[in-house]
Design a protein around this ligand. Structure first.
Ligand SMILES: [Zn+2]
Length: 637
């Protein structure tokens, strides 16, 4: 066999990684708007984008692809979070100096060469996510490295840039964006190609994230970090997977992409074995031929006055449904392209029988299209206008099968796979942004920043172990979470053990999320509220999971409400003394026989009767006192 099938080892995988992280600056990059998410977006305007020709006169394939979808962009905004700059009605103001300082500091941590002058550039964006049609970006550092377990990974560039608008919905006619996120300052770090396993890529991203966060000047929380990947295997093309938000998804996304590319190369080898160099495609109307087909889906579409078009693809018969590796099929790839272009999917000839399309139907289709048995048939069903738009893209994808891996941009799925988004943009040209003055980076500024050396990640871990008596494991988990700041705050304010505070912040939400409680329902505010309630003695710490569960399920809006609902309030000292006295009375024989040795069995009984409403430490202290005096009295002291 010419290729090592779909074994990723020996596939010569190369992965480019770009991390974008939101900076914790007070305002946006080119205006004074604060950074906040607007719940209400009362104002709006509409724009239509046209694909711009590059200097060579060529149209960018990705731009044309987006444009042919023919949608307009609607921007919604609120003056509390956006102004005329985001609306592109006013030129950008000066580059945010605070944000620039943070990125200069990051460039220093990554041993990158800082530029003498910052020139803001415009990078064309085609998906409507910026009102201007471009993104403003400026290189701050070039070169550098990070060290991951003794291995140096090169840094290509450290860039400051503006975030895109937030997409809030789309349909056939328009895409809707919120301007609150537009122009929020980000740092982008691009690394040299990493050659290694998907896990190694995940590990590099983890280390890079820790280094960036050690500045203490990055925003935390969901949506504040996104990672873009460029993945290629030997013989394939570079495929971009854009917008991975969760670190633990990275290895999965890389592994899927490697398996997908190797699978597609297998399909192309099969075609070569069949002597097929180019996939010939023909399009014919299949509505009449399939008028009496057994396929319910097709019958339904035709009944509604819609159309069925058959596209033949020479040489591909049997290869559409073939799985060179699990869940990797050419048919799935073609269906993704059809879906992105507004159709529900496709039906291809390898699944005709399953879809109720008979052999007679198939023969009639081949006759209608004038193709032989070697061709795969792909049916597109839907309104004529939609098919007309989608068909050229489906044909493009079928033809790419001979090449193996098309150069495309994909978006990750929740499960760590990815879906076709659009063809990959051509080399992105940048143009100078003449509305923003250049910024000279003086030696004084760099010297001042050098003095602000942040605590390295490793140092913070040790400090947490030392200062708060946390285990290393807990300290690492805490630092990788969104909660180090609130932890330090609570640990200094509350009388509770810091380890209890830390594990409530990082372990408990994980446990409850596994039970199916939505993770965003367990914010740091709820947890802090529960910790304060424990600290003040209103709730026993044993009851904390029940309280948070109740908040997470939406049964209660606050810790206090949950405590009341669940009847979990701590029992008062009077009631606790009653329980202790009654347990002592009913165990007199045991106490006579074992003296103070009876403590642990008595303790168990008191705790059981208090049912999680009493603090173990308080019970232990009271019970010890009472038991000692009882035993003392019996000895006649
Ligand atoms: Zn603004």
């Amino acid at each position: 066999m010419s290729r090592s099938q779909t074994d990723p080892k020996g596939a010569d995988v190369k992965v480019g990684l770009e991390i974008h992280q939101q900076l914790a600056s007070a305002h946006k990059l080119f205006c004074e708007c604060p950074i906040l998410k607007s719940e209400e977006l009362p104002l709006s305007f509409e724009r239509r984008l046209r694909p711009a020709q590059s200097e060579t006169g060529k149209l960018d394939p990705a731009a044309v692809f987006e444009f042919t979808k023919g949608r307009s962009n609607v921007y919604l905004w609120n003056p509390e979070s956006s102004c005329l700059v985001e609306a592109d009605e006013e030129p950008p103001h000066q580059l945010n100096g605070e944000a620039l300082d943070i990125v200069l500091q990051i460039a220093g941590l990554l041993h990158s060469n800082v530029v003498d002058e910052v020139h803001v550039m415009r990078k064309i964006v085609i998906d409507g996510s910026n009102t201007t049609g471009f993104q403003r970006t400026a290189v701050i550092g070039l070169g550098g490295y990070i060290e991951v377990e003794g291995v140096r990974i090169g840094v290509q560039s450290v860039t400051i840039e503006e975030d895109a608008a937030r997409i809030i919905g789309e349909d056939e006619k328009s895409r809707r964006f919120a301007l609150d996120r537009l122009a929020v300052p980000l740092v982008e770090v691009a690394l040299d190609l990493i050659a290694g396993s998907p896990e190694a890529v995940g590990n590099v991203a983890l280390h890079l994230g820790r280094t960036l966060r050690s500045t203490g000047r990055l925003a935390r929380g969901l949506g504040t970090i996104t990672q873009d990947l460029n993945v290629s295997v030997k013989g394939g093309r570079v495929v971009e997977v854009k917008g991975v938000q969760k670190l633990n998804l990275l290895p999965k996304v890389v592994a899927y992409e490697v398996a997908r590319q190797l699978g597609l190369l297998e399909v192309s080898s099969k075609l070569k074995e069949r002597g097929v160099r180019t996939v010939e495609c023909k399009e014919c109307d299949a509505s009449r031929v399939l008028l009496n087909t057994g396929s319910g889906v097709i019958q339904g579409k035709l009944g509604e006055g819609e159309k069925v078009v058959c596209i033949s693809a020479g040489g591909l018969q049997g290869l559409m449904g073939w799985e060179p590796s699990p869940n990797i099929r050419l048919g799935k790839e073609v269906a993704e392209v059809a879906r992105v272009n507004g159709l529900g999917g496709i039906i291809h000839s390898d699944e005709f029988a399953k879809q109720g399309i008979s052999q007679e139907d198939e023969e009639a289709l081949r006759k209608e299209c004038g193709v032989g048995k070697d061709a795969a048939l792909v049916l597109l069903a839907g309104p004529a206008s939609k098919i007309e738009k989608a068909a050229p893209h489906v044909i493009w994808r079928l033809k790419q099968a001979a090449e193996g891996v098309p150069a495309e941009t994909r978006s990750p799925t929740e499960g760590g796979e990815s879906r076709f988004m659009r063809p990959r943009p051509g080399a992105q040209r940048m143009y100078p942004e003449t509305d923003v003055p250049d910024v000279v980076i003086g030696a004084d500024r760099l010297r001042a920043l050098k003095k602000l050396v942040p605590e390295r990640w490793e140092e913070t871990v040790s400090r947490y172990e030392r200062m708060y008596s946390l285990s290393r494991d807990l300290a690492v988990k805490l630092l990788d979470s969104d909660f180090p700041d609130i932890f330090e705050q609570l640990a200094s304010q509350l009388k509770l053990e810091p380890s209890l505070v830390a594990s409530m912040l990082v372990d408990l939400p994980v446990r409850l999320t596994r039970e199916g409680i939505p993770s965003d329902a367990l914010g740091q505010d709820s947890i802090a509220e529960v910790l304060r309630a424990i600290d003040s003695g209103r709730v026993a710490k044993e009851a904390a999971p029940d309280v948070l569960r109740s908040i997470g399920k939406g049964e209660a809006r606050s810790a206090n409400e949950a405590v009341e609902r669940l009847g979990l309030g701590s029992i008062d000292d009077g009631r606790l003394s009653e329980i202790i006295e009654s347990v002592l009375r009913s165990n007199r024989t045991l106490i006579e026989a074992r003296g103070e040795g009876a403590f642990s069995s008595l303790m168990g009984e008191v705790m059981a009767q208090a049912r999680g409403k009493a603090d173990g430490r308080v019970v232990s202290r009271l019970l010890k006192e009472r038991l000692a005096s009882m035993v003392g009295a019996e000895k006649g002291e």
